[in-house]
Design a protein around this ligand. Sequence first.
Ligand SMILES: Nc1ncnc2c1ncn2[C@@H]1O[C@H](COP(=O)(O)OP(=O)(O)OP(=O)(O)O)[C@@H](O)[C@H]1O
Length: 377
Amino acid sequence: MGQLNLKNIHKNYGIYDVIKGIDLEVNEGEFVVFVGPSGCGKSTLLRMIAGLEDITSGDITIDDARVNNLPPVRRGISMVFQSYALYPHMTVYENIAFPLRVQKMAEAEVRERVEAAAGILQLGERLQQKPGMLSGGQRQRVAIGRAIVRKPKIFLFDEPLSNLDAALRGEMRIELTRLHHDLKATMIYVTHDQIEAMTMADRIVVLNAGDIAQVGAPLELYHKPQNLFVARFIGNPPMNFLPVTCTGVSEAGVTVDYKGQTLTVPVEPKADLEGQTLTLGVRPEHTRLGGGDISIKITPTVIERLGINTIAYATFGEDVTFCSLTPGSAPVRVDEEVTIGVRAADCHLFTEDGNALERRVELTDFDFETVMVPEAT
Ligand SMILES: Nc1ncnc2c1ncn2[C@@H]1O[C@H](COP(=O)(O)OP(=O)(O)OP(=O)(O)O)[C@@H](O)[C@H]1O
């Protein structure tokens, strides 16, 4: 129970085409995250699944039943919103029990379900308090409790952690991951935060202007982004991009020239690349002080020391910004030129249309494993 199928979903607002034909299958028990920049359509897509927004065309099925025309309450879904949407005059107990009261469920069963949810969410001590006495994180847990008691086929989360501070967001991420492990329920989660997507998802759906840019396991997107959009979006600090010229293709991969230095990147070649301008992608964490297969000289304009790492930012040419993530103790200083080395095997290559040449990296089973669930404390 809890399988979702989206078939050629479109949404227009007048002349604006905001969802442009999305096909997606979400498996039972999967944690799928929709991620993308503001305005890419992720909330609209989630609201269409919930039934809070009509679809312009296409089909939504849940467990093989077409739900296009079913109202939200009959779709077997529960949604958790960014604004917790709690009733301030009701106790935590009554807030969690609310959807069951609407269903006119017997008191004994209400109590059983509310207490079970409160146990999972560590709200047992708070049941008689009003929301005003709770912290932001506790209020969000009440909202999640209200979703749990309905025993939905699918949970939908719309940026549920956005109102929390960074430390609490980190804690709630772990709690939600644990909750998913305990309930084994299908969960669809919308966020613009790629760290939430990477840490919680079994699969990430990256959206770009109403289209799917790529769907994959978090580490699949990290190691094999299919286009510049995903390469830029997944990873923090973001990937660096340098213009290079293709000088040849061979069994070993695609050879490029970067300022007189030659680099053969192990990617699947395509026809007619020779002579073309390509984009070399280098993640900041794959740069090293000193030499590599090629060397890049940078003069940092900003240095950020984070303890474990030091981040150096430099600009060169007209508009190329380069970022290097070095060990915390790295001897890098503002206005002092350093040489950064890059290994060919760590590089990505993109053609002029923004698509990636497929990297010859083997993804291991580990890269597809569902997220590790921390031990309960
Ligand atoms: N009622 C509406 N009428 C017209 N356009 C709308 C309406 N609702 C949303 N849109 C447009 O649809 C696009 C997608 O909006 P949506 O809220 O789904 O994006 P989002 O990815 O969730 O962004 P955010 O992270 O900012 O919430 C946006 O360009 C938005 O302006």
